[in-house]
Design a protein around this ligand. Structure first.
Ligand code: URP
Ligand code: ZN
Ligand code: ZN
Ligand code: ZN
Length: 484
């Protein structure tokens, strides 16, 4: 059975042109004029783009004494409703737990997914077992990216020596390192002091994690990665201090990517000073929302290329779960939602304002992630042979974001009341129409795991460079006699 998307304008990361797209089963088989198919989807007035890839989600994640509320069912329904056709979640071993053991748990959870997905592996502790299992995770399971938490002291945080050992192992195996960059020691100390001084509300969360803790950790991770010879991807870059470290490193030729979140691009720290405790606690995440001035830096980074991918870090907790932290902000589960809203919010506040071109929009919502994570052009592309993960975006379709109409299972939305323009008319996941004329038609279990091979282009280039510039003994003709 073939499907043709007719009369639209194809927008990829590098081209904009009028053409039809013909799909056979799960794959794009032809792009051209006047194509015919069994089923016709009319894209008149619309942009036909690669489906969104959210490179950073936490579905049904065990965290801070509870589980994030959206699982692979509600989470991937939310993703599709907003035009995202692939999510990359984190398999998270508890400290002491093996990587392969953790993967089994994530495999079970993800069986419900409505769209395709992949995993990053997290390194939450270090041992010979972790060292050994990394090879299996990469070579047998097809996971080539490993996350390190520099924060959450006493829980997920790793020390510099563990991070350096892990980074070296990743370099050797051709994988990439990810970091949550915040100085966990400083955060722990600031938090304790704030609590002692009676600052126990959600605003204390923002005070405990100033931009300096992120800037310092980002720079530290970059330098450690460079010494280990591994490409580095910094998740949830929220401020100028962190962006500045990334920008500087890139200009010095280091292999570093930065990922801002749609939340940090569009929401600011005033949310934590709301008189309603629930309102503020619902927005507690790490890093916290920042002073508005940081938003200009993040937008400029997307425009100039110093920041590469827009994610959500979707990790949604209900108001009830957030209330665990009444009287002690350090117990508020960290995380916010955004899966359904990332694409419309970025289109509205990025393309709608002229900060991004439609091609740049595709790059930062889809193609760059596929390239960095090494699943391009299977994903992130409108090309013959690519998976038919496609969003047909109607630039005139609009709505006001509301928790009442969302797919996410939580009882609020951090973007509540935002008016967005530019919504999916159709969303296809491997050829299957999942949003049909704006209506979600979910299909539990349709999603498949996307394997991502190691030794991507950047790994190979960096390895060559590090090999060429590594220390070598100087060849000397005559060596003076030792001793007297
Ligand atoms: O607050 C956040 N970001 N929660 C999710 C876990 C993480 O740090 O990415
Ligand atoms: Zn994080
Ligand atoms: Zn995260
Ligand atoms: Zn309007």
């Amino acid at each position: 059975m073939t499907t043709v998307i007719k009369n639209g304008t194809i927008v990829t990361h590098d081209l904009t042109y009028a053409a039809d797209v013909l799909i056979d089963g799960e794959t794009i088989i032809e792009i051209g004029e006047n194509l015919e198919g069994d089923e016709v989807l009319d894209a008149t007035g619309c942009y036909v783009m690669p489906g969104g890839i959210d490179p950073h989600t936490h579905l049904e994640m065990p965290f801070m004494g509870t589980y994030s509320s959206d699982d692979f069912d509600s989470g991937t329904r939310a993703a599709l409703a907003g035009g995202t056709t692939m999510v990359v979640d984190f398999a998270l071993p508890q400290p002491g737990q093996g990587l392969l053991d953790a993967l089994k748990t994530w495999d079970n959870k993800s069986a419900r997914a409505h769209c395709d997905y992949s995993f990053h592996m997290a390194v939450t502790w270090w041992s010979e077992q972790v060292f050994d299992e990394m090879k299996t995770v990469i070579e047998q399971y097809g996971i080539n990216s490993f996350k390190h938490f520099m924060a959450y002291k006493g829980a997920l945080m790793v020390q510099d020596d563990e991070m350096y050992a892990s980074f070296q192992r990743l370099a050797e195996l051709g994988a990439i390192a990810l970091v949550h960059a915040e100085n966990g020691d400083v955060v722990a100390d600031l938090s304790a002091r704030l609590l002692r001084e009676g600052n126990d509300g959600p605003e204390g969360h923002a005070y405990s994690r100033p931009p300096q803790v992120e800037g310092e950790a980002t720079n530290r991770a970059i330098m450690i990665a460079d010494m280990a010879g591994v490409p580095l991807y910094v998740v949830h870059v929220s401020c100028e201090q962190s962006h500045e470290a990334i920008r500087r490193a890139r200009q010095a030729g280091m292999r570093v990517w930065g990922e801002p979140l749609i939340q940090h691009l569009t929401l600011d720290e005033s949310e934590y000073f709301n008189e309603d405790w629930d309102h503020s606690a619902r927005r507690v995440m790490s890093p916290p929302f920042r002073d508005e001035k940081h938003q200009d830096s993040l937008w400029a980074g997307l425009q100039s290329g110093s920041l590469s991918c827009v994610a959500t870090d979707h990790c949604a907790f209900t108001t009830e779960q957030k209330r665990t932290g009444i009287g002690d902000f350090t117990k508020i589960p960290n995380g916010t939602g955004g899966l359904e809203d990332r694409m419309p919010m970025l289109w509205t506040y990025g393309v709608g304002t002229g900060r991004l071109t439609p091609n740049e929009f595709v790059a930062v919502t889809s193609t760059n992630s596929a390239k960095i994570l090494n699943c391009y052009p299977k994903k992130g592309a409108i090309l013959v042979g690519s998976d038919a993960d496609i969003v047909v975006l109607d630039p005139e379709k609009e709505k006001t974001i509301s928790a009442k109409t969302q797919e996410s299972s939580i009882d609020y939305n951090v973007f509540e009341g935002k008016h967005v323009k530019g919504l999916p008319r159709y969303v296809l996941s491997r050829g299957r129409v999942m949003v049909d004329d704006g209506v979600l038609k979910p299909s539990e279990g349709h999603g498949r795991f996307v394997k991502r091979r190691p030794q991507g282009e950047v790994n190979r280039a960096l390895t060559s460079w590090k090999d060429m510039t590594k220390p070598r003994p100087v060849e000397r003709s005559g060596i003076p006699a030792s001793g007297v």
